[in-house]
Each structure stands twice: as structure tokens, then as C-alpha cells.
Design a protein around this ligand. Structure first.
Ligand SMILES: C[S@@+](CC[C@H](N)C(=O)[O-])C[C@H]1O[C@@H](n2cnc3c(N)ncnc32)[C@H](O)[C@@H]1O
Length: 380
């Protein structure tokens, strides 16, 4: 090591997010290295403590502060949050908000929705529910969406979507988390060229884009904003469960809101594109095949495109985001993320051929562009 150990802390303290000047790949690579550094330096007991003890105390504390509106009111904050840099201690019993705690107090940032969603939903797909469920099911890979860790762990013994449908607050925290997550991710329209959809002779008797499982419309609204002038009224369609659509705030001149259950036949026929963003990772292969076959039956051969924005797991070196999302899907919905080979098999099984896989530079999700047809045979 070239830097004396005593100087390392001083050097690290000087690094800030501004140093990267918007270079997201470099910022994320640095976080990864910093995390590896922590992993190398931590004693096993320190790591266990953080995972199994401290996290729950911090989440409980943050939730209480959000509930009480303490971040908005800037009152005295506690030592634990200062010790973990959620706030900054500037003098005895005096604390300053950090960008993170400010964001928690700013409802528009939707960060508080994440914390709430952790309490409302994510904890039921993890914790000891996860290990006990796997033990009780003889460590079989969960593939039955009706029998999930989540359902096993939650007090009502219901699946994620059923709980959201019964309790509006649970739907709200889930939807806020999804929108916040979408704002953070590289938007699919930034690495998939959306002009592809408009640069052919458009059939105006059918919609241009159907956002299937589009939640409260954050994705389709961005598409509308980008191509505002080129899009006739009513030619965008937002589909989801009625309870998710109840929270949609979209331009209803251009965007038609349509309740639709993905496991039933697709009512919108001959659209230019059917988009599924973070939808198939919620479903096992057999249910995904049902959804794909309903979509295929609605598509016009040679014209309609299928767009899937989801994780494509690399053969090696999956990021922590990708790997954690895979295990979360296992716990929440008995579902999974897929490798390119798994996507090829699933799509060809429903009569699709992949035209191109558009990759997110942040290496989180990709857009799989496909159409009806048989995949070309690869030369041996
Ligand atoms: C992980 S979210 C993705 C939402 C959105 N596409 C995004 O990327 O932010 C999955 C979506 O599928 C919807 N969903 C779940 N079951 C459904 C069903 N049977 N029919 C239609 N939509 C469903 C949920 O309400 C939710 O909005």
C-alpha cells in the first residue's frame, strides 16, 4: 500500500459525489470499491452486527422520524443517525441535515416511500421469513407465485398484489418506491432509441405504445414528454391493476388509462409496441409464458414490437443491484431475474425472436427488443 494507513481516513474524507462531474459509471465503481474496502476492513462480528442488529434499529428510527415529520421540522436528532452520517453533528446536541435526511423530509423526492415500502413490504420477503420458508419447503427454488416467502411472512397471509389491493396505503408506498426507483435508474428511453418506434409508417387505427404493468404512469409520461408533437390523442395506453391506476396522474388526452390483468388476453390489438418494464421479473417462467402468449396474440406480425426493460444477468460479475434484485424477487414473488440465455428460451417459447438487446450504461437493466418470428439458427 502506498498511502500510510493513518492518512487513509483523511484521504477518503476528501472524496465527494461532486468529484465525478456526472460520470455515473465512475461514481458507482468507486462506491463498489469503497464497499469492498469496508468488507475487507470489517471484523466478521462488525459485519453481522451491521446486518442483523444496526439496520433494524436505523430503519425503525428513520421511520419514526418520517412519521413525526422531524426531518421537515429540523428538531434535535439522535446520536445513532449522526453516528451513521444520516445527519451531521456540529456541536453538542446540535445537528445539521445531510442531503439524505433532507430528501427524506421532502415528500416530492419520494425517498420516504422507499423506507415505508421496506416496512410495508420488503421485510416480509426477507429476514427470518426467508430462511424459515426455504427450510419448510425443503430448499426448493420457489416458483409458485401463490406460495411466497412474502405471503408466509406477512400477517394477513396474502400475496404482495392482494395486500396492495386491499389497503390503499400499501399500494401508495409500493408505487412511490417504484417511481423513486425509476427516477434513479437510467431511463430506458435514454439507452433505447425511442425513434425506432416512430420511424416507420404508423398505423393510426391502433395505439403507438402500451405500457403494460406501467404502475402510475411514470414511464409512459416520459415517452409522451419526449415525443409530444408526434403523438396523436389517445395513442398511448397505460395498463395495470385498478388500484395502481387509481394513483396515476397522467395527461389523459394522450394517455388512455385501462385496467388490465396481464394473465388475461390483451385487449389492445395491433399496437406498434407493448412495453413491460420490471414486470417479467415478478413472474415465474410458466406465468411469463402466459403473459407473452396473450401479447403475441394481440400483435400485428411485421409491425408490432415487444419491449422488455428488465435485468439481463451477465454470465459472471453481476452487480450487487442485479444480484440483490434477483434474491428479492425470489422472496417477494417466487420469481427471478434472467440471463440472456434464459430470456432467449422464454421468448422463443412464446414465438418471439430478439432483434436487439439495448444495454443501460449503468449495467442495471436492458431493453430487449423483439418481434414475432423464429430466432435465426446460430452457425455452429
Ligand atoms: C415491479 S412493478 C413495475 C411497474 C412499472 N412498470 C415500473 O417499472 O415502474 C410491477 C407492476 O405490475 C403490476 N401488476 C401486478 N400484477 C398484475 C396483473 N395481474 N395485471 C396487471 N398488472 C399487474 C403491479 O401493479 C406493478 O405496477
Amino acid at each position: 500500500m502506498t498511502v500510510p494507513a493513518t492518512n487513509t481516513a483523511n484521504l477518503l474524507r476528501q472524496v465527494s459525489a461532486h468529484d465525478f462531474d456526472g460520470d455515473e459509471s465512475a461514481r458507482l465503481a468507486t462506491i463498489r470499491e469503497a464497499q469492498r474496502l469496508i468488507n475487507r476492513l470489517q471484523h466478521p462480528t462488525e459485519r453481522s452486527w451491521e446486518l442483523a442488529f444496526e439496520n433494524w434499529a436505523i430503519l425503525g428510527t428513520l421511520q419514526t422520524f418520517v412519521d413525526l415529520g422531524i426531518f421537515e421540522r429540523w428538531l434535535r436528532l439522535c446520536r445513532l443517525l449522526a453516528a451513521k452520517d444520516f445527519i451531521e453533528e456540529v456541536a453538542e446536541e446540535q445537528y445539521k441535515l445531510t442531503p439524505f435526511s433532507l430528501a427524506l423530509g421532502d415528500r416530492g423526492s419520494l425517498q420516504a416511500g422507499w423506507i415505508q415500502c421496506g416496512h410495508d413490504h420488503f421485510k416480509y420477503g426477507g429476514l427470518d421469513h426467508f430462511s424459515r420458508f426455504l427450510q419448510e419447503t425443503s430448499y426448493r427454488d420457489p416458483v409458485d407465485g401463490g406460495n411466497t416467502v412474502y405471503r408466509f411472512g406477512c400477517p394477513e397471509n396474502l400475496d404482495l398484489w392482494a395486500r396492495c389491493s386491499l389497503t390503499p396505503e400499501l399500494q401508495t408506498s409500493f408505487s412511490e418506491m417504484m417511481e423513486c426507483w425509476t427516477r434513479y435508474k437510467t431511463h430506458w428511453a435514454d439507452y433505447f432509441d425511442t425513434n425506432v418506434l416512430l420511424s416507420c409508417e404508423i398505423d393510426h387505427s391502433a395505439p403507438i405504445l402500451v405500457d403494460v404493468g406501467g404502475n402510475r404512469g411514470h414511464d409512459i409520461s416520459l415517452f409522451r414528454a419526449r415525443h409530444h408533437a408526434a403523438i396523436p390523442a389517445g395513442s398511448l395506453v397505460l395498463q395495470d391493476r385498478p388500484e395502481a391506476l387509481a394513483l396515476a396522474e397522467v395527461d389523459q388526452d394522450k394517455i388512455r388509462i385501462m385496467p388490465h390483468d396481464v394473465l388475461t388476453p390483451q385487449p389492445v390489438r395491433n399496437a406498434r409496441a407493448y412495453m413491460f418494464h420490471a414486470v417479467f421479473h415478478d413472474w415465474s417462467d410458466d406465468k411469463s409464458l402466459v403473459i407473452l402468449k396473450h401479447t403475441a396474440a394481440a400483435m400485428k406480425p411485421g409491425y408490432s414490437r415487444l419491449l422488455i426493460a428488465d435485468v439481463v444477468l451477465p454470465p459472471t460479475g453481476a452487480s450487487a443491484f442485479q444480484a440483490a434484485m434477483d434474491v428479492s424477487m425470489m422472496g417477494l414473488l417466487s420469481a427471478k431475474e434472467r440471463t440472456q440465455g434464459m430470456w432467449e428460451e422464454l421468448l422463443s417459447g412464446a414465438g418471439f425472436k430478439i432483434l436487439k438487446i439495448w444495454k443501460d450504461p449503468k449495467q442495471y437493466e436492458s431493453v430487449i427488443e423483439a418481434e414475432l418470428g423464429t430466432p435465426e439458427q446460430k452457425d455452429e
